[in-house]
Ligand binder design. Structure first.
Ligand SMILES: C[S@@+](CC[C@H](N)C(=O)[O-])C[C@H]1O[C@@H](n2cnc3c(N)ncnc32)[C@H](O)[C@@H]1O
Length: 243
C-alpha cells in the first residue's frame, strides 16, 4: 500500500519547484492532450491535477464544468482556470465520491500512485455517461529503473498489459501506447534533487543506511555513459470508452 500521507506531504512541499523540473511530465501532458477529442463536453473531472499543467489545456475545451481533484489542498493556490466554470475536489481520488454524469475523466502522471486500479476503473465507469471517456497517462514498468536497480526502491509500477487487462472489464479500449524517455545528469546529487523537485520521492526510504547509500551510489556510477547518469521515464497513454 502506498503511504498517502507521505505522497501528500512530498508533493505539497515541492509544488514550487515542480514546473521547472518536470520536463518529462510537460512532454507527457502534450502527448496526452493530443488524445483528448476537441468536442462539446458536459462535466469533466481531472484527477491528480498538481500544479495544473494539464488543467491549463483542459481550460481550452468546450465544457459545462471542470471538476479538479488532487490529494493536496494547496493546488487551489496555483490553479485558476480562465474559461471554464470549475470546482475543486480535494482528497484521495481512491476514496472520494466522483461527481456523476461525467463525459470525460482525465489524468496525467498521477495514477501510478494508486493502490487499487480495479476499484478506480469501476468507480470511473460508474461516474461516466455512456460513451464517456477515461483518458490518462501514467508511468509503467521501467520508470526509474535505474533507481530500482541501484537503490532497490520502487513504486509498484504496472505493465501496460496489466492496466489494459484490468480496464477491459469496464471499458472499451480505444488506444494505448507507451514510450521511453531517458534524461541525464552529471552527478547523483543532481539526479536525486530532480526526483525530489518533482515530488516523486514519496516512496519510503527508512531502510536506507549510509552504507547502503554509498553502495547504491557506486552501482549507479557503473551506469554512467557519455551523456552522464541516466534516469529513465516510462510513460504510457490510454484512451478508454464506457460502452
Ligand atoms: C506527478 S504529479 C502530476 C501533476 C499533473 N497532473 C502533471 O502532470 O503535471 C502527481 C499528482 O498526483 C497527486 N496524487 C497522487 N495520488 C493521488 C490520489 N490518490 N488522489 C488524488 N491525487 C493524487 C499528487 O498530489 C500530485 O499532485
Amino acid at each position: 500500500m502506498n503511504d498517502k500521507t507521505l505522497i501528500k506531504s512530498r508533493f505539497s512541499a515541492n509544488f514550487s519547484t515542480y514546473n521547472d523540473n518536470a520536463s518529462v511530465q510537460k512532454k507527457t501532458v502534450e502527448e496526452l492532450t493530443k488524445l483528448i477529442p476537441y468536442i462539446n463536453y458536459g462535466n469533466i473531472l481531472e484527477i491528480g491535477a498538481g500544479t495544473g499543467l494539464l488543467t491549463k489545456k483542459l481550460d481550452y475545451l468546450n465544457a459545462q464544468k471542470l471538476f479538479i481533484n488532487d490529494l493536496c489542498e494547496n493546488i487551489t493556490l496555483n490553479i485558476k482556470p480562465q474559461n471554464l466554470p470549475y470546482e475543486f475536489i480535494i482528497g484521495d481520488a481512491e476514496e472520494i465520491e466522483f461527481p456523476h454524469n461525467l463525459d470525460l475523466i482525465v489524468s496525467a502522471n498521477a495514477i501510478q500512485w494508486f493502490d487499487n486500479l480495479k476499484t478506480f476503473f469501476q468507480k470511473s465507469a460508474q461516474a461516466l455517461n455512456p460513451k464517456g471517456k477515461l483518458i490518462f497517462s501514467t508511468f509503467i514498468t521501467d520508470n526509474y529503473k535505474e533507481i530500482t536497480q541501484t537503490f532497490g526502491i520502487s513504486l509498484n509500477y504496472k505493465t501496460s498489459d496489466e492496466i489494459l487487462d484490468c480496464a477491459k472489464n469496464f471499458f472499451d479500449i480505444k488506444s494505448s501506447k507507451q514510450e521511453t524517455i531517458t534524461i541525464y545528469f552529471e552527478t547523483l546529487k543532481d539526479l536525486l534533487s530532480h526526483i525530489k523537485a518533482t515530488g516523486a520521492n514519496a516512496v519510503s526510504t527508512t531502510n536506507l543506511t549510509k552504507t547502503k547509500f554509498v553502495e547504491a551510489k557506486n552501482l549507479y556510477e557503473q551506469l554512467r555513459n557519455k551523456n552522464g547518469l541516466p534516469l529513465t521515464y516510462h510513460p504510457a497513454y490510454f484512451v478508454l470508452e464506457k460502452p
